[in-house]
Design a protein around this ligand. Sequence first.
Ligand SMILES: Cc1ncc(COP(=O)(O)O)c(C=O)c1O
Length: 389
Amino acid sequence: MNPFVLHLECSACDKTHSPRQLINLCPCGKPLLVRYDLSAVQAKLPQKIQGIRPHTMWRYRELLPAGNSQAPISLGEGDTPLVDAGRLASSLGLSRLWIKDESANPTGSFKARGLSAAVTMAKALGAESLAIPSAGNAGGALAAYAARAGLQAHVFMPRNVPPANRIECEALGAEVHLVDGLITDCGRLAAQGARVNGWFDVATLKEPYRIEGKKTLGLELAEQLRWRLPDVIIYPTGGGTGLVGMWKAFDEMRQLGWIDSKKPRMVSVQAAGCAPVVRAFQQGEPRCGPWSPATTLAAGLRVPRAIGDFLILDILRHSGGTAVAVTDEEMLAEAGAMGRSQGLFVCPEGGATLAALKKLIRSGFVRPSDEVVLFNTGSGLKYLHLFEA
Ligand SMILES: Cc1ncc(COP(=O)(O)O)c(C=O)c1O
């Protein structure tokens, strides 16, 4: 364990727990967050992370859970390009637009970050078999990191998961369980399988470390922008781990004195056919009601209810952000526009961020002077069936 880790803290009741155990949720049922001794990190690392560090997310190892002598389970995740989308920016009348291209990760999506961290810790703490519910990309990432760690992976996916995700899991040696239902049904079955068979459940936000991996999205963004943050971040939100992770990174960097107190306005984009966060945000609710039926081609956004919904809503409100729904047609059209203008073959979830940006420019939420970052969370190659003419 990283010596700077103090404890795990409940995101709702603030109760603390030892990090030296395999643990899922707080007994109150809410996600656990890793807390670090940030003044000790600051004393050891008075400078922002600089110099010779591996070009993976583990370059921020003082702010990640693995100990100094513990080799992370890594496939080279992180350090993805922040692409200057100049041509798109001028066509939209924006001063600065970036696309953080997460398709460059191992297994082609941002899920690699969270699962590198979770598998590293699960292995260190003695797990032998891991279970995950997945809309597609998280399953592929778990299969890869479990294979790398010599652990067995059990992936529970909706039967209508994109074929590339299922094939990838099988090719990487995972046991795939196809479920007649949604990601929430997969979650129930993965948890049940874990209980009965002694597997460790690495469902998103149901163990403390995936969020730490996702946190590196925020650390990296700040480093790539020379230790400042943009005005607006648009993130395709299902379970919301990336959004919650980035916000945690911004808080930690502020406490370390690495960035100033400026907070980006955080925007969740969801599919019109499954938009529980957008509805709860607009209605001023602290939690999301379940969305039914959940229908969208963007598998990563087909999440009818998220365990960290209260955290997502809190961040959107505290940051002065918002939540936007876009149709499947809009996200596919804008995925094409990102490809033609920037040379990036993005997933529909990535296309959704550009569709949301266009709406936000029209509504006046995004102003011409704003610097905006869109998150392309995965590769279009996983969704060939959607892009075939
Ligand atoms: C490509 C893609 N984008 C976005 C998401 C949503 O991510 P999160 O659950 O962190 O909100 C997923 C989740 O499966 C995904 O695969």
